[in-house]
Design a protein around this ligand. Structure first.
Ligand code: MLT
Length: 220
């Protein structure tokens, strides 16, 4: 198993192959989880979460290329919650190119990539859904915002999206979560939203609910 730090298309990343030992016929449809960390995170942050969410799935975990005061992010922002839209678009395309390159390098089917993003990582995952429909087969968005509103809206008919939000989140206010939920529904996505009493930080509840939701997607 090769899990060391690697570079592909300029992305430092980790790739953990699917656990061949526990592959069964049923598990041949296991997804590749694209793990996207929050501001100040790294390619290592969400590996454990990914393993908990879909045990034995392959994990692809890039580090955001943008630095904000030394903290890694997936795109530039002008202020808290105010995004640099041209940079966001460029970085979204870069991420999609990275997925394509990784699928060739690690021999996985790009049609089975499910994003699992937290905060800034959830925002670029949401942007990938909105700007590059068809790249992600599903997405788990933990504490996401509306990254942008594309015109025209993309067709995301039937794309499963799980949103996990904190009622007391000071960074992503409940109305922002609701805006994203409505936007994705307008695009035709099958959105499931779970609310938690907590704030921006993740809890066991997030993990348990995301795991149950993913298990239903994987066994379809
Ligand atoms: C963002 O910039 O993507 C959001 O404000 C979330 C964050 O990283 O704080």
């Amino acid at each position: 198993m090769n899990t060391g730090e690697q570079q592909l298309n300029g992305f430092i990343h980790r790739f953990v192959p699917a656990d061949a030992q526990s592959q069964t016929a049923e598990q041949e449809t296991l997804p590749i989880l694209l793990l996207l960390h929050g501001t100040g995170g790294s390619e290592n942050d969400l590996l454990e979460l990914g393993q908990m969410l879909v045990p034995s799935a392959a994990l692809l975990s890039p580090r955001g290329k943008v630095l904000e005061n030394g903290m890694a992010r997936f795109f530039r922002r002008l202020a808290e919650g105010v995004f640099d839209v041209p940079d966001l678009k460029l970085r979204t395309d870069e991420l999609v190119d990275f997925i394509t390159a990784a699928s060739a390098a690690y021999h996985f089917d790009p049609a089975h990539v499910i994003a699992v993003g937290y905060s800034n990582g959830a925002n670029i995952a949401a942007c990938t859904l909105l700007l590059r429909p068809g790249v992600l087969s599903a997405a788990v968005l933990l504490r996401p915002m509306v990254p942008l509103i594309p015109e025209p809206l993309p067709d995301l008919t039937g794309t499963p999206v799980f949103i996990s939000a904190g009622q007391m989140d000071p960074i992503v206010l409940p109305r922002e979560t609701e805006r994203l939920e409505i936007l994705l529904q307008q695009c035709g996505a099958a959105v499931t939203t779970c609310w938690h009493r907590g704030g921006h930080a993740l809890s066991h509840e997030d993990v348990d609910q995301a795991k149950a939701w993913l298990s239903a997607q994987v066994s379809r």
